[in-house]
Design a protein around this ligand. Structure first.
Ligand SMILES: [Mn+2]
Length: 325
């Protein structure tokens, strides 16, 4: 756990004009921790702007502050920022276009493979989500715990622990979660938006994707291609969380999900998940990506069926080498 002294280095910047951003294709932790920072800076008397190159999904619209998020890089380029807060970003490649700013980059992250790209960095791989670090920063700064802030921290923890299910769920996450409930968070409100807010189109896409599931030993895979997206009138963003359906199969230890890159259809974007002992970040890194032990991602240049074959082979190799040793 970071020390009070480490958090104290960030406190003076909370009163400034700050830009807050997270990784592209933001998930619940990226959104929750960005917006928690937004409320924290506001209660400190600073002027925050949250910037996300990829707009937030509709399921996050219940979060206070989400209506003020800026996605046009031109709108943040020419400001005189006192600091840029970056949350949940392991490497600067995962950022959208950023303003060139002489100001300090202040980083809160919890990825184990973290490039040191910031001016001041708090990186704690033992934190279940970055929202936990934002809450610890709030306590250090002795700022009030508001309901708006609590909803964002709660969303960050719920998302990155899979609803308090993953092994990252620890006493620290539960204690901070409990504090957010005391502040008035409604667990069902968050869960209903995060997990039960599917469009009918997305469910139809899922039914097509489920038809592509293939399992070989401990490795399972599934994909969505351009044709399925056209047929169901959906986009690649509608596939978030699909990888979990592969992981949910009994005896599958490594789950692979593939889909076309929305920006470049010649690139396949790949999500990797593992249930336990197999480090899928090692697979991700082989293809120029990365992530956590149990959740990683990468890209592949080539047709989706070829990507699937190559990734399944690589995953099978990892299983073989681990099971031997
Ligand atoms: Mn995270």
């Amino acid at each position: 756990m970071p020390t009070t002294r480490e958090y104290e280095k960030l406190v003076p910047y909370l009163r400034g004009r700050v830009l807050i951003t997270a990784h592209r294709h933001p998930d619940g932790d990226a959104v929750g921790s960005s917006l928690a920072m937004y409320h924290l800076v506001r209660s400190a008397g600073g002027q925050p702007v949250v910037y996300s190159y990829d707009p937030y999904g509709d399921e996050f619209a219940f979060l206070p502050g989400s209506e003020s998020v800026v996605s046009d890089p031109e709108l943040v380029r020419h400001e005189n920022w006192d600091a840029i807060f970056v949350v949940d970003v392991s490497t600067s490649h995962l950022l959208g276009p950023m303003p060139s700013c002489e100001c300090p980059w202040l980083v809160l992250d919890h990825h184990s493979s973290h490039d040191r790209y910031g001016t001041v960095e708090i990186v704690d791989p033992s934190a279940a989500s970055v929202g936990i670090l934002v809450e610890e920063l709030r306590q250090t700064a002795r700022l009030p715990l508001t309901l708006d802030f609590a909803k964002c921290v709660w969303t960050s923890i719920v998302s990155d622990t899979g609803g308090f299910r993953y092994s990252s769920t620890d006493p620290r996450a539960m204690k901070i979660g409990s504090r957010m409930l005391e502040a008035g968070v409604n667990a069902w409100e968050a869960a209903s938006y995060l997990y039960e807010y599917n469009t009918l189109e997305r469910m139809r896409l899922l039914s097509l994707a489920l038809g592509t599931i293939r399992v070989n030993g401990k490795v399972g895979s599934m994909y969505v291609d351009e044709r399925m997206l056209r047929e169901t009138e959906t986009s690649a963003q509608d596939t978030s969380g699909f990888v979990n359906y592969v992981r949910a199969i009994r005896n599958v230890e490594i789950a692979i999900f593939l889909r076309p890159d929305p920006d470049d259809p010649s690139i396949v974007r790949i999500s990797l998940r593992s249930k336990g002992q197999y480090p899928v970040d090692e697979i991700g890194e082989k293809f120029g990506g990365g992530g956590h032990r149990n959740a990683a991602g990468c890209r592949y240049h080539g047709p989706i069926e070829e990507a699937r074959r190559v990734l399944m082979e690589t995953a099978a190799e990892l299983v073989r080498s681990r099971d031997r040793g």
